[in-house]
Write a new protein. Structure first.
Length: 69
């Protein structure tokens, strides 16, 4: 499971969200940026998705890439 491009773009543009992800995931700014750049699965953990949902005002289902059938 990975985040969609729209969500990644929003994360990359927001220092506030990055800081909250740092706090929740207990990782450095450099690591969070690497997660965003590589669309790392760590961004789809419960803690990260909770931050993404609350900060972007979206449901997690709208943040992840849709599975191709």
């Amino acid at each position: 499971m990975k985040l969609n491009k729209k969500t990644l773009k929003a994360l990359d543009a927001s220092n506030v969200i990055k800081a909250k992800l740092q706090d929740v995931l207990k990782k450095s700014n450099v690591t969070i940026q690497r997660y965003i750049d590589s669309n790392d699965v760590m961004l789809t953990t419960i803690g990260a998705l909770t931050v993404i949902e609350s900060e972007l005002g979206i449901n997690y289902e709208d943040a992840i890439e849709k599975e191709k059938a």
